[in-house]
Design a protein. Sequence first.
Length: 167
Amino acid sequence: MTVYSFYIFDRHAECIYKRRWLPRPTSTVGKSSRPTSDTPTVANGLASVSGPSTRTTDDDAKLIFGTVFSLRNMVRKLGGEDDNFVTYRTSQYKLHYYETPTNIKFVMLTDVKSPNMRVALQQIYINLYVEYVVKNPLSPTEHPGGEGVNNELFEQSLEQFVTRVLA
């Protein structure tokens, strides 16, 4: 199973964390909706970062939140308050969604063949986010102006979780 990207949105619809693992194809002929990589490529010890990719990353986060918000509202209107939006699939990726009681939203994009990742998103919330972000006295409780999660232990643990547990 391949994980393409992971997002955390706060209760104010701000993207407070985003991580991407696979780069977007460079050719424009077969455009893909697959996420790009936030991690710069390293060649000869020098990192290469392109300017437009930063704007695209923010735009992708907004589009993903808008999609989740719309689908979640549609599911609630059609099925009632008890029904929840969990996942949806396109021909190129599968989106998994988990919302906490405090309205923190976790979104993961994977390949289409992956199973439901709701339990994995719950584990990320309980074992990683709560332990390294919520319980950290230096971490802000609110993220005004898009100030996101900036915690090395959280990032390292998330990387290990995705590469070892979900691989």
